[in-house]
Design a protein around this ligand. Structure first.
Ligand code: WT7
Length: 648
């Protein structure tokens, strides 16, 4: 019988005795954190990782920033790979190709070490030096991790771009980051068809001075086979040197390059993997996130490897060729920790639960959810059908900017409550504030912000944009820009972003970025993107477009695919006469969102053009007759929200 790690106690789920006994996070960890957070991080960093030189100051806060383990030296790749060479045959990476007929590959730490050195030598040969930016545009194949680690080894800064982003999106990121080298693959497999990634890569770098390295997908996992072994010494990095750059979407149309520091990132990636997922050396972790997102960086690559564990890399989709593909992989690869996004779970749940009954998945110990709020129904489906009521579901809250998970229940501590991300990781302190940084009473909605000393992996800068970086801080607080409530027991419920950022199938997209893409179409006067709730993808973008001249829905959708990629394409397009705006010219996304959901649009008399609202309402209802019974817009109703939309 497989071990039970969770049991019901009153309304809550709590860890069993076995879970407490197996817990890598000591039972007194929160107490230690409360006593002295900086001291705790110092002890963890010293005990858990290999440093080339100890630091002189554990935490330092200056007028224009902060630093962790200041003066200390280390190498991320050394910590993730070299130091596990005493156990050379231990599997580091399991690569599962999309095609069920293509055999999975098992790459040992020794084999990984050899390949990372080869890749590092290749990068050096192409002129890459410490501090240079390398763009990585690769599918989920071992080389994605190998080249990331190779960059870390030589002190180059990798900027991974999600392989489903378009050539245009790649170009923007290469230009902003100033990458001199681009690593890509000739193709990858998607639903049995070859996606020719290299073509997009070529399009992106046309006319630019960028050297291309191409991985042959047919040889993935074996790219350097037959080549003489080489050793590239790991570059000794300052703790505060920049480890990586990752572009993410924000309030504006332009993605921002989030910068992470070597020391803090390494320490937090290591410890969150160890304490949140209770990951022991040799255990198998499968984080299903693509390497193009921070989740893939921290929990499909660095976190598990820093812990000497095995990471599963899967090239394909959750439901191809059959809806039980994920479950097959969990069973075949004996996955211990399964970390995924609510959107995948909602897709499984729609298939019912019969097909999950075929799989026992007894290797599983811990389940994790990330990327968007997980509703109670989906949480329970996950708990019952994948975890079979044995494994805790850990709802982890974090962001590209925090680098690693920051709010969750630890598996040996609990409790596990659906719709609660629960408490901050020991040594980290978030709370709920108003826009000015004044604490909001428990039980009331506000904005999630972090109090200094900031978490070790927190964003150190926005690439070439100091002004944007400053905007993250409200006085001394780091503003996560998510709405949240803290209950009377100090547990967080994360409500998500305002209108500027939407989570489509867990992917973070900026409404402004999609709007800019549509605005780029000739004949478009202006466009607004609003998130509409969706049973499967959480939220989907809907476009309201004001045009002069003939523009088709295909053109609008096509432009978005061209500029960003298929993940951002609007699910519905409304061509409207006018877009509701305030007198100061701000677009009222809130009003449009209410109309899309058949909700009361509230007081619209503060708008400069209230007459357009009923027209849009009629257009929405023509497409969705089910919304019709909602009462007409009432100009005397309570105002819509307190604040106006930020943009325009
Ligand atoms: C945004 C960050 C988390 C790393 C991967 C995504 C939302 C994330 C949760 C959660 C509710 C969540 C927030 C956050 N989010 N996790 N457990 N519950 N919302 O990183 O792409 O930078 O997105 O995802 O809105 O700010 P990201």
């Amino acid at each position: 019988m497989a071990t039970k790690y969770v049991e019901k106690k009153g309304k809550f789920f709590v860890p069993t005795k076995a879970a407490k006994e197996e817990s890598l996070a000591p039972q007194d960890i929160y107490k230690r954190a409360k006593a002295d957070r900086v001291k705790l991080w110092g002890e963890l960093a010293r005990d858990g990782l290999s440093w080339a030189k100890p630091w002189s100051k554990t935490y330092e806060q200056t007028s224009n920033g902060f630093g962790w383990f200041v003066g200390g030296k280390l190498n991320l790749c050394y910590n993730a790979v070299d130091r596990h060479l005493n156990n050379p045959d231990q599997t580091a990476i399991i690569f599962v190709p999309e095609d069920v007929n293509e055999k999975p590959q098992y790459i040992s730490y020794f084999e990984l070490y050899k390949q990372v050195n080869q890749a590092a030598a290749l990068l050096k040969e192409k002129g890459v030096k410490k501090g240079d930016v390398v763009a990585i545009y690769l599918p989920m194949i071992p080389e994605a991790l190998i080249f990331m680690l190779a960059c870390a080894r030589i002190g180059a800064i990798h900027s991974v771009v999600f392989s489903a982003f378009s050539a245009d999106a790649l170009k923007t990121r290469i230009e902003d980051g100033g990458a001199k080298v681009l690593v890509t693959a000739n193709y990858y497999s998607r639903k049995g068809k070859k996606v020719e990634l290299e073509k997009d890569a070529d399009k992106a770098i046309t006319g630019m001075q960028v050297t291309k390295i191409v991985v042959d997908r047919a040889k993935s996992g074996k790219m350097f086979e037959g080549k003489a072994d080489v050793i590239v010494k790991p570059e000794v990095m300052e703790s505060e040197d920049i480890a990586l750059l990752l572009y993410t979407s924000g309030t504006t149309g332009k993605p921002k390059g989030v910068m992470h520091a070597v020391g803090g990132y390494t320490v937090q990636a290591y410890y969150t993997s160890r304490f949140v997922f209770n990951l022991k050396p040799g255990e198998v972790m499968w984080c299903t996130a693509d390497i193009g997102w921070i989740t893939g960086h921290t929990y499909a690559c660095y976190g598990p490897l820093l812990n000497g564990a095995t990471t599963v890399i899967f090239e394909g989709l959750p439901n191809h060729p059959t809806p039980d593909r994920f479950m097959q992989i969990i069973e075949q690869q004996k996955v211990n920790v399964f970390y995924t996004a609510p959107t995948a779970l909602r897709m499984f749940a729609l298939e019912g639960s019969d097909y999950a009954k075929k799989y026992k998945m007894e290797s599983l110990k811990i389940l994790g959810s990330v990327g968007e709020p997980i509703d109670e129904k989906t949480w329970m489906w996950f708990f019952d059908n994948i975890g079979k009521g044995r494994c805790p579901v850990i709802d982890t809250y974090w962001q590209t900017e925090t680098g690693s998970a920051v709010i969750m229940s630890l598996p040996g501590h609990g409790p596990f409550i659906p719709t609660y991300a629960a408490v901050t990781f020991p040594g980290i302190e978030f709370d709920v504030f108003d826009e000015k940084g004044k604490k909001v009473p428990n039980g009331k909605e506000g904005i999630l912000m972090e109090k200094p000393p900031y978490s070790p992996a927190l964003i150190r800068g926005v690439w070439k944009n100091e002004e944007r970086y400053k905007k993250y801080f409200v006085g001394k607080l780091y503003n996560a820009e998510d709405n949240a409530i803290m209950d009377k027991n100090g547990r967080f419920r994360i409500l998500g972003r305002a209108d500027d950022v939407i989570k489509v199938a867990g992917h973070r997209l900026s409404t402004a970025e999609i709007e800019d893409a549509i605005d780029g179409l000739k004949g478009v006067v202006e466009a607004v993107i609003v998130g509409k709730n969706d049973a499967l993808r959480g939220v989907v973008p809907v476009a309201f477009v004001k045009t002069k001249g003939d523009i088709t829905e295909e053109q609008v959708v096509g432009k978005v695919i061209e500029r960003i990629g298929p993940i951002a394409k609007p699910a519905e397009v409304y061509f409207v006469e006018d877009i509701p705006k305030t007198r100061s010219g701000k677009m009222m996304r809130r009003v449009l969102r209410a109309l899309l959901h058949g909700e009361d649009a509230g007081n619209i008399m503060t708008l400069i053009n209230p007459e357009c609202v009923n027209k849009i309402k009629a257009q929405v209802e023509a497409k969705h007759p089910e919304l019709k019974n909602v009462k007409p817009v009432d100009s005397k109703a309570a105002p819509v929200g307190k604040k106006e939309d930020k943009k325009k």
